[in-house]
Design a protein. Structure first.
Length: 102
């Protein structure tokens, strides 16, 4: 068992907090800080993602036209194959979990 204090990146936009590998799965947990107006261009990840918006407001779009607005306290699940883009509508803090099969 590990207990770790939630912290946010100081010099970059992303910080890994916990990384574990168990029973064929790699689990990463980290935090992200995004500034209003910042855009993360369309991309996919090598892992399934669950993100919790601690603070702020985001617009998340997929390449197939699905658009969601996230507010404080919202969770989002993104399949690893979904091509997504994130637009930061307000300064935001995010807690994310990545799940990848080995």
């Amino acid at each position: 068992m590990d207990v770790v204090k939630l912290s946010y990146p100081e010099n970059d936009y992303l910080k890994y907090i916990i990384q574990k590998q168990e029973e064929g799965v790699i689990v990463d947990c980290g935090s992200v800080v995004l500034k209003k107006g910042q855009i993360l261009p369309f991309k996919t990840l090598e892992a399934h993602e669950i993100s919790y918006l601690v603070l702020g407001k985001l617009k998340v779009s997929t390449k197939d036209g699905d658009i969601k607005i996230m507010n404080n306290g919202d969770l989002i699940y993104l399949n690893k194959d979904e091509i997504r883009k994130t637009e930061t509508l307000e300064d935001s803090k995010i807690l994310f979990f990545l799940f990848k099969n080995i």
